[in-house]
Design a protein around this ligand. Sequence first.
Ligand code: PNS
Length: 162
Amino acid sequence: MNIAVYPGSFDPVTNGHLDIIRRAAKLYDRVIVAVLNNSAKTPLFSAAERVELIRRVTSDLPGVTAEAFDGLLVSFAKSKGAHVIIKGLRAVSDFEYEFQMALLNNKLCGDIETLFMVTSSHYSYISSSIIKEVASLGGSLDDLIPPGIVGDLLEKLGKGRT
Ligand code: PNS
């Protein structure tokens, strides 16, 4: 079985993430969306909440699961029998950091490859941070995040459900 891990903070999951998840699900038998639990950043949603939001928006994809992880990504991937880490590249500016991480992860575990997928141009400007800003300032979230989680984001920001 070909298993891939798609890691990130997912605070919250965006349409850009979902695009990568859907496309990865066509390439691998199982895609494990791995939600970082020990980030230095203070997330808006807890790891358990982020996992729940991802599970909700991927419920139509049988090969996709989501879970939180702590510690090294390569250790998590190994523990799941995954040999591939999937990363989305939105722009050239993402590349330098991702290139460093891919080399480091390969140094830490030579059995694991990083596969870069280019984000669809439709979503290339989207990030979780910018979405939180738009939501907090009352902008439309149409086409930015899955409709099924808009209420959760607004509620978390104290903006109430639409
Ligand atoms: O969505 P993000 O915040 O860009 O995701 C970053 C993530 C989770 C992919 C990265 O921080 C990560 O892999 N963290 C786990 C710790 C780790 O293995 N770091 C690399 C070697 S020190």
